[in-house]
Write a protein that binds this ligand. Sequence first.
Ligand code: MSP
Length: 530
Amino acid sequence: MAKGQDTGEEGVGGGRSFYITTPIYYVNDVPHIGHAYTTLSCDVLARFKRLDGFDVHFLTGTDEHGQKVEKASQVAGMTPQDFVDKVSANFRDLVAAMNASNDDFIRTTETRHTEACQALWRELAARGEIYLGSYSGWYAVRDEAYYAESELIDGPAGKKLAPTGAEVEWVEEPSYFFKLSAWQDRLLAYYEANPDFIGPDSRRNEVVSFVKGGLLDLSVSRTSFNWGVPVPDDPAHVMYVWIDALTNYITAAGYPDTDSALYRRFWPADLHMIGKDIIRFHAVYWPAFLMAAGLEPPKRVYAHGWWTNEGQKISKSLGNIIDPYDLFARYGLDQTRYFLMREVPFGNDGDFSPRAIANRINGDLANDLGNLAQRVLSMIGKNCGAAVPQRGPFSPEDEALLSSAHGLLDAARPLFDSQAFHKALETIWAVIGDANRYVDAQAPWTLRKTDPDRMATVLYALAETIRHLAILIQPFMPESCAKLLDQLAVEEGARGFADLGANGALRPGTALPKPEGVFPRYVEEEGGEG
Ligand code: MSP
């Protein structure tokens, strides 16, 4: 069923399409680094795919129904609607502040979404996949999840807790059920036939063994509160927030209009990016709902790890929430984006510390990339008439450097397609290392006196290498790379991956603007903890 994995496919209207989504964020809380991280990883991949010629649809948004949000609105002393309007705007602002390139922002309180949820429900009911019963069991509002007695763990004072540590409450109410138990074999067959459906592999194994352990029918409606999408023809029930939330991915693709250009072009989604805590919902319930409704499951679900703050779990009660706006203000937006994608192997958990980010900024950015660009551009400015140097024949050393730059895209593609963002950066930085060693070995400052023509060729090879680096680093640090490309006088329309290689090579004699440093060193503030 999963077609075109990794490479995209010809969609409606020609060209290759790529549909990528973030989870939709609960509006019970202020946005923090964890939310920014998921969105950032999607933005990086969306930008990469656009540069690689794909027609990208990048979706993010907010999850606004359910008991957890309703309770948060009560605590805030607001109506649920006023509350979700306010908090959803905070998430929308964060998306803009982090320079995310999303094409749509969905809110589950929108009419288009209510309609999609109700259409999906009707389809499931018409196919006999939903039945009315009654639920009695444990529910954790924090996780918006049901738990079996056997899953609970012992908390302080003999209290039972969810395996995530969330408080549970006993719920007994009439409820509709989705026949999840009937999907066990078909889900296992789907995982088997689509080995790339769940990444990383450790998560895939976890999901497969969970499903092999047997599935119970899933309660999909609630009657004890009403902040949700009403169940069609039975308004005493609202839909379970997860069936509502997951549906956002098809709402934004035009569902229920499965003949629409949007749906035909972008569904099934190429990638649902999520955190590891919500893998079960995305890799078990969601494909089961879709298959049961006769729709195609997404092509891939990737679960990244969690950030801790200097070794501690990040939580509001511990008062150690990392505010993404603070990071952008202190370290710079692109610097923060780079750090988050480079520091931790994507898929693993990671630890934030001021020292770690300062090291990355001063080492990888200021010393390695920043110095390379600054040295080369200022030598060109001073010694080559502030224009792209006139080059002579390339030596084997020049060819070696250029061929490692030319080979970067082919090396990076499979890494992006497997969400190994840290490895993509490592691969790019290996060429930065090559370029810095090449500058030292060629010593253009000496050639200036002994062989100015050779100096011009060396500086040309370096400028061309920097052009490749800047084009490839754009997904991670779009603003800084735009500055680098401006300094190389690369036109805005010539910054895609089709412009890599000899075709888009810098033209000798092109006038260059005055070079300016793009990656300043991070200097600890007086009395600051940076
Ligand atoms: N509303 C659901 C998702 C519904 S998708 C159909 C939800 N929302 S959430 O706001 O609680 O979490 C959204 C994302 O933020 C999740 O992917 C979660 O893993 C991520 N993170 C929350 N805290 C995090 C860290 N400390 N570190 C990394 N990511 C974390 O779940």
